[in-house]
Design a protein around this ligand. Structure first.
Ligand SMILES: N[C@@H](CCC(=O)N[C@@H](CS)C(=O)NCC(=O)O)C(=O)O
Length: 187
């Protein structure tokens, strides 16, 4: 039974809009593993990740499976492959398998953070659309509150893989673009 979950079924602690979470959702669905998905309130995921893993990880997704708590999408999929080998996700040929895992690593580490940053970069110049999308990530009563995203730490910078600065509160002047002053490699 997973810590904090009270569940005997596998539990996926996830962020709805995260492609790392989507990767594990795909694997669970492909293998038809009955499971529970938990999407904590945006901004809470780091504290929950640290609690679930005893301080070892601060990112989502985290998969709780067979009494184990597994942070990192790649490790989660490796564990799922053992837990439910059929249908297999990994090629059986050792060379093809090595190549598949290298590609997984490449897309996770090289392409993924940039692909994640692009939509957030675009959203920064459209605060209304940003607020509309962000409202989908909060409980319904909060989503009805107009402008909640202006006063709530946005879930997105932690997920965007890019900015360490807060997002702008207002639309940038025409011709200007938001300034990114740092990069979060861990995100
Ligand atoms: N290598 C990790 C990356 C996961 C990741 O970066 N998750 C983001 C959300 S999309 C996160 O939790 N970021 C919080 C942080 O870096 O502190 C994986 O494959 O699971």
């Amino acid at each position: 039974m997973g810590a904090l979950s009270g569940q005997s079924r596998p539990v996926l602690w996830q962020i709805d809009i995260s492609h790392y979470s989507e990767k594990v959702r795909w694997a669970l669905d492909y293998k038809e593993v009955d499971h529970v998905r938990r999407s904590p309130f945006p901004g809470m995921h780091m504290a929950i990740a640290l609690t679930l893993t005893g301080g070892k990880a601060k990112t989502f997704p985290i998969l709780q499976l067979d009494g184990r708590t597994i942070p990192d999408s790649t490790a989660a999929i490796a564990a799922l492959e053992e837990y439910e080998p059929d249908p297999a996700l990994y090629p059986s040929d050792p060379e093809e398998r090595r190549r598949a895992l290298a590609l997984e690593d490449y897309f996770d580490e090289q392409l993924g953070p940039h692909a994640r940053l692009l939509p957030f970069h675009e959203l920064l110049s459209d605060p209304d659309l940003f607020a509309e999308l962000a409202a989908q990530s909060v409980p319904a009563p909060m989503a009805k509150r107009r402008g909640w995203s202006a006063v709530t730490p946005a879930p997105t910078p932690a997920c965007a893989g890019g900015p360490t600065t807060p997002r702008p509160r207002s639309k940038p002047a025409p011709g200007s673009s938001p300034r990114w002053t740092g990069w979060r490699r861990s995100c």
